[in-house]
Ligand binder design. Sequence first.
Ligand code: UDP
Ligand code: MN
Length: 266
Amino acid sequence: METSSCQKPREAFVTLATTDSYSKGAVVVAKSLRRHGTTRSIVVMVTPNVSSTARSALSEVFDEVIVVDLLDSQDYLRLSLLGRPELGVTFTKIHCWTLVQFSKCVFLDADTLVVSNVDDLFDREEFSAAPDPGWPDCFNSGVFVFRPSLQTHTQLVQHANQHGSFDGGEGLVELLLQLLAGHRSVQTLPFVYNLSASTVYVTAAFKRFGHNAKIVHFLGSSKPWSSSGVDSSSQTMSRYWDMWWTEYRKDCEKEQGQSRQRTGRK
Ligand code: UDP
Ligand code: MN
């Protein structure tokens, strides 16, 4: 039977910004996906506190800007052990399972930069994620493939409320896996889909495989938009840090150009 275009499965890349500053990262996620010619929709979830200025910058580059409630683990004890008190809000990621207008999605953290076409991620199934560089037996929740489902969403919210995650924030994927355990198998994504700044990349492995990088993840408290230069622990990331700034500045120049047009200035 012929499938009409409205029945065509919709697939999307999804990111999240709960603040204006993470919105800057999100803009770069969208621009870098477009630069590498994605054929999928690109959507961003924002929380109500994100300013109208930031939302309008997001709507320039995203197909959809979707407002979701803030979900905070409020697990301040575990988060302070992690040294990242701000990460309780990463529980908001769970809302990506409500995007049931899409049949399959790839979640990307707002601090990622796409450096090659990654549409092949849609050939993967829920649940796929790459190993965490800090503890490779765990998965990192910066990049993952999932299928939106209100049932999974409800289960995850309940589970998160009851148990939290083991680190108060980014243990989110582990939390999901506990929930899905026995139901679905987990596929491990190759590391090049979630390459992060860590001492591991000063090794020969980075020299050997780094050229295959597909998604770079500025994991950790130092983000490109919050610092003027590369932090000393991640010199090998300087190339990607520069690429992030090039993409970001391109947006700013475009916005400034548009506001000049609007005000009739040159
Ligand atoms: N995030 C956000 N606001 C915050 C903290 C996090 O919107 O205040 C979102 C954003 O998409 C971010 C993700 O949650 O990329 C995970 O946080 P982060 O990337 O800072 O954690 P890391 O990857 O450094 O562990
Ligand atoms: Mn991140």
